[in-house]
Design a protein around this ligand. Structure first.
Ligand code: PLP
Length: 384
């Protein structure tokens, strides 16, 4: 078996979650998916698709009625201009999008530039596709990649073929303003590199409007998005891959080899979401924002230094200096003593050391209990 199969970071999270689940009554703040049901009208569209016998293979890229609806949605929401006939693929989530795009682009010995901390799949995806992940530690720059860091990375790593950008970010909740994106694009334009922009949390932004990298640098960007977070549809496995026609055609070949096509029923559900579900994310976003505010205030009062997250449903907090700085030990102690599950920041890479990732895709009750349990824990002697 490939050595990288054994070393996937995600497995640390699964192990930690399994330990948490084995504790009765645990308060779980680790969850990376919406705790809302899929909207009724979308579920109905899927049931109708079954009743209408829309239950067969489709063309690999997805039914064209759906791809047209996706193009309209992206235009209306983000002012993007993708040709539905040649520039969009319906994938099995962003997860498949990352893998298929890496597989189509990368050759052995290439490099993939990834901000750290970041979502856990990107490094192993690079590795499985014969490339070396190169990490930019963002912990000293408010968890953002700066143009200077980008320039330096290209100077020292000549085989970078992909720059992976994810905003709003898992695990930090940080996002980029249009000006910041333009400054990164100025550097990227000078290199023969694709930007794979994972914007799965684009509908969950709180402080400023989301601007897609597909708008900023369309000729070099492969945009990944989907319905998992915006429409509470993680289990349906729906994503989109959008970009320049030539590379999309190559990615579609990999996608076809891996999937033939994604589920026809999911595609009809997605067609309904992209046609009549423009406003579905609003009430969920409002509730996340209220929870974010309560958690942020509670953590600040306990002495945690954490930026006000711009989006997603995560809060990434530095463990106060006077406490145990080994975040894995801190999180395990907290789990064992207070039955409170929060993920250690270093599960998301070196840039996450000394931090904790709180998910506020949790009930308000759990958020309040989390703050009080954490307060109790900090009162107990635990300094190394
Ligand atoms: N990208 C990021 C940044 C995520 O946090 C997640 C899930 O947590 C995914 C992608 C997975 O998305 P999908 O369900 O579309 O595969």
């Amino acid at each position: 078996m490939k050595p990288s199969v054994v070393a996937i970071k995600q497995q640390e999270i699964f192990k930690f979650n399994a330990k948490a689940k084995s504790i009765p009554g645990v308060v779980n703040m680790t969850v990376g998916e919406p705790n809302f049901p899929t909207p009724e009208h979308i579920k109905k569209a899927a049931k109708d698709a079954i009743d209408d016998n829309e239950t067969h293979y489709t063309v690999p890229e997805g039914i064209h009625e759906l791809l047209h609806a996706v193009a309209d949605y992206l235009h209306d929401k983000y002012d993007l201009n993708y040709d539905p006939e040649t520039q969009i693929i319906a994938s099995a989530g962003v997860t498949e999008g990352v893998f298929s795009a890496f597989n189509a682009i990368l050759q052995d010995g290439d490099e993939v530039l990834i901000p750290s901390p970041s979502f856990t799949i990107y490094g192993p995806d690079a590795d499985f596709n014969g490339a070396a992940p190169v990490y930019i530690d963002t912990s000293e720059t408010d968890f953002k990649v700066t143009p200077e860091a980008l320039k330096e990375a290209f100077r020292t790593n000549p085989r970078i073929k992909i720059f992976l950008l994810n905003f709003p970010s898992n695990p930090t909740g940080v996002s980029y303003t249009e000006d910041e994106l333009r400054a990164l694009a100025d550097v990227l334009k000078q290199h023969d590199v694709f930007v794979i922009s994972d914007e799965i949390y684009s509908e969950l932004t709180y402080n400023f409007k989301h601007v897609s990298f597909g708008k900023i640098l369309p000729e070099q960007t492969i945009l990944l998005n989907g319905l998992s977070k915006s429409h509470a549809m993680t289990g349906w496995r729906f994503g989109i891959i959008c970009g320049p026609a030539a590379v999309i055609s190559q990615i579609n070949k990999i996608h076809e080899l891996a999937t033939t096509s994604i589920s026809s029923i999911t595609q009809y559900a997605a067609l309904e979401a992209y046609t009549n579900g423009y406003d579905d994310p609003i009430s969920m976003r409002d509730q996340y924002k209220a929870r974010r505010d309560v958690l942020h205030k509670g953590l600040n009062e306990l002495g945690f230094d954490c930026p006000d997250p711009d989006g997603a449903f995560y809060l990434f907090a530095k463990i106060p200096d006077e406490y145990e700085q080994d975040d894995v030990k801190f999180a395990n102690d907290l789990l064992e003593k207070e039955h409170l599950a929060i993920l250690p920041g270093s599960f998301f890479g070196v840039g996450g050391k000394g931090h904790l990732r709180f998910s506020y895709a949790a009930s308000m009750d759990n958020i309040n209990t989390c703050v009080s349990k954490l307060g109790d824990f900090l009162k107990k002697p635990q300094k190394v």
